[in-house]
Write a protein that binds this ligand. Structure first.
Ligand SMILES: [Zn+2]
Length: 701
């Protein structure tokens, strides 16, 4: 029907979808959407995007989502295999050629989790939700447990430590409350759950219980499931406690793929594996533990939602944890689909979503994976009709994300060389169902995200996604977050230096990692009609197409340099241990100037109606420089605190786990009051910035 050679077809009315009102934002989008494209090419590219969006169908997404949410799909489970086969068949039926990449990884499986309160009364705690008898695949819902917790039996007095943040443990220490041999009760929230037992172990705790306080995502927030989306009293937040902020992926193969012939370290050498038995409980079960607790009154901010005064202990409550958890090598299966590029097939844009779930996982993350499958189906259909992107688009369904970003990390470690040479960008989709748009990315992709959201409709409000986002955030330039960790973009940005973005829709709820994140709650509270799923498919797909088809990649390092300037000023405010940051600042100025110059040069070339052979060659060089600069911000030695993390600007915080710690080496040296390390971090940063400046300059003729 439509052929690929339609480049240059008259399609100027397609800049803004006819569905959208031609208001100020729409008109603005008109000008902005064409960054990186020659006029003729822009029309073709926007036509391509429009046709892509027209293909995206709520019906297909709903079919994918319902079919895969019928059964839990935890990594290495029967349900995961069934979901894999379903996805592969559907993708084949859509005319695509899905490949399965399998890794042999070290995983934990709970055999028996017993938690007993031994004082002041004896009672055993429930470790799974009260699920209805006739629930499909009920027996495959895994009991509440924390992946990678060590096996073992520990018993001790209970101490309450709020959210288990560094300041919480310090507060207990200040009060002279020792955690030696104690069981620490912490609540979910504020930091990555793996940080809590990591810190507790450093204070000598014997074990950790993590519960969901009703104040944080339970009845104090609103109606609980099944009446509303908040956490009911029996719902347990499962989750991994692998120290992904040391390194994610298979704990036995740091920095290398878990394939045949790769050397595996011993578990006791794996610094990502947690040290003390840790397990999650519901608030119904936590209530009795907290209520019987004696000792000092807890600080005011530690008081949660139960209608009694929280105490810190010890005294009153004693607990026995007996965790029988088996460790074994198991398969993790990623699904990889490629839409080959016609002009630069070696250059790739990767869209990825994890396909494993803790239980039924309709939102986390069957939503992201169904959406990714739909992008693949829609692009596959256009491909059959003759539409070829210039660059290759790779669509990935990652396995084992819930255990510690396993599938994405192993795949990217296996393809590190190709990704380093040719990856243009990575786009992550993890939970895309909900009413509020949100994004995190490297600063160089901010403009592209604004531009894409200005040309996609929000199905709820019928305005653009951007308008709704801007309105809700109360800003004409809604904030785009920083990339820390906690999802599959980690290996791409932090380990390899691929410009990355994480896009999604969310609504507040309390069903995270419980057996109640299912089709009913998704269709009732989160995304009736799968409309936001479809909007997410349109956004991520158009962003990939924009990157795949651009004459000059819309990656803006002048924004990056300016963002790092602010981050540097922030570091400076906290004292530089007598070390001068003038060199870094000078280098940032130079990089900003060089990237502006490169951006102008790219714009000049794309504004021409015809390009000479030499100029086409120049475009190639510019694009290589645009991919390379993010790589230049990595350092092969890695961060002094964790060598797997190569990026000089972004890493997850060591005591936050998820949240980003910008300029990690500088800040960690600053916090340790280590002048020598601070100097070295400054030098490494300067070197990275100098390299990025050189790369930008070399591409300007
Ligand atoms: Zn997820």
């Amino acid at each position: 029907m439509v052929k690929a050679s339609l480049t240059g077809i008259l399609a100027c009315s397609l800049v803004v979808s006819p569905l959208l009102p031609l208001n100020k934002v729409g008109a603005e989008a008109n000008k902005e959407t064409v960054v990186g494209f020659s006029k003729a090419k822009a029309d073709w590219a926007l036509d391509f995007e429009k046709r892509f969006k027209e293909q995206v169908s709520e019906e297909f997404i709903s079919h994918y989502s319902k079919s895969m949410s019928i059964r839990p799909a935890l990594v290495a489970s029967k349900g995961n295999k069934a979901s894999l086969e379903f996805a592969v068949n559907e993708l084949k039926e859509a005319g695509l050629d899905p490949q399965v990449a399998t890794y042999d990884v070290y995983l934990s499986t709970p055999k028996k989790i017993s938690i007993t309160q031994t004082a002041p009364v004896t009672r055993s705690l429930k470790v799974i939700e009260d699920l209805p008898e006739d629930l499909a695949f009920k027996d495959e819902v895994i009991m509440g447990y924390n992946a990678y917790s060590p096996s073992g039996t520990v018993e001790g007095e209970l101490v309450y430590a709020n959210y288990g943040q560094p300041q919480d443990f310090k507060e207990l220490e200040k009060r002279g409350i020792s955690l030696k041999g104690k069981i620490v009760l912490v609540r979910y929230g504020k930091n990555f759950r793996g940080v809590k037992p990591d810190l507790a172990a450093q204070y000598g705790a014997a074990g950790v219980l993590i519960y969901s306080d009703p104040e944080d995502d339970g009845y104090l927030k609103g109606d609980v499931y099944p009446k509303g989306p908040w956490r009911p009293k029996d719902a347990i937040q499962r989750g991994s406690i692998l120290s992904i902020y040391r390194y994610p992926g298979d704990p036995l193969t740091p920095g290398a793929p878990s394939i045949d012939g790769v050397k595996r370290i011993q578990p006791d050498q794996a610094s990502s594996l947690p040290k003390i038995p840790t397990t999650p409980i519901s608030y119904a079960e936590a209530e009795g533990l907290l209520k019987a607790l004696e000792g000092e009154k807890a600080p005011e901010e530690w008081q949660g939602g139960f209608p009694f005064e929280y105490k810190v202990g010890p005294g009153g409550t004693k607990v026995n944890l007996s965790l029988d958890i088996e460790y074994s090598q198991e398969p993790a299966h990623d699904v990889i689909v490629k839409i080959p590029g016609a002009k630069y097939p070696e250059q790739t844009i990767v869209i990825g979503a994890h396909r494993d779930t803790w239980a039924y996982g309709s939102k986390d993350n069957t939503s992201g994976w169904s959406t990714t499958m739909e992008i693949a189906r829609a692009l596959g259909k256009l491909h059959k009709e003759g539409w070829r992107p210039d660059r290759t688009i790779v669509l990935a369904g990652w396995d084992g994300e819930e255990y510690g970003l396993i599938g994405s990390t192993e795949w990217a470690e296996e393809h590190k060389k190709e990704l380093t040479e040719n990856a243009v960008a990575y786009i992550n989709l993890d939970s895309v169902a909900g009413q509020n748009f949100g994004a995190s990315s490297v600063p160089s992709l901010n403009e592209l995200i604004y531009s894409i959201t200005k040309t996609t409709e929000n199905p709820e409000t019928k305005t653009t996604v951007f308008e709704d986002w801007s309105k809700k955030s109360g800003s004409e330039k809604p904030a785009i977050g920083q990339l820390g960790s906690g999802s599959d973009y980690t290996v791409f940005i932090q380990h390899i230096g691929v410009p990355s973005a994480d896009l999604g829709f969310s609504s507040p709820d309390g069903l995270y990692h419980s057996a109640y994140d299912n089709t009913y709650s998704l269709e009732t509270f989160v995304d009736p009609g799968y409309k936001q799923h479809a909007a997410a498919a349109k956004l991520a797909g158009s962003m990939a197409l924009r990157l795949a088809n651009a004459d000059v990649l819309p990656i803006k390092y002048s924004d990056y340099a300016s963002a790092i300037k602010s981050l540097t000023n922030e570091v400076e405010k906290h004292g530089t241990l007598g070390v001068d940051l003038a060199g870094v600042k000078k280098q940032l100025d130079e990089w900003e100037a060089a990237s502006k110059e490169l951006e102008e040069y790219g714009a000049k070339l794309t504004s021409k109606t015809e390009l000479s052979k030499d100029e086409l060659q120049q475009l190639r060089k510019i694009n290589e420089a645009l991919m390379q600069q993010e790589r230049d911000l990595t350092n092969q030695k890695g961060l002094p605190s964790r060598e797997w993390f190569k990026h000089q600007i972004w890493a997850p915080g060591l005591t936050t786990g998820y949240a980003a710690q910008p300029l990690p080496a500088l800040v960690e040296a600053q916090q340790a009051n280590d002048e020598q390390k601070f100097k070295e971090a400054v030098k490494a940063l300067e070197k990275s910035l100098e390299q990025a400046t050189k790369t930008a300059k070399a591409a300007i003729k």
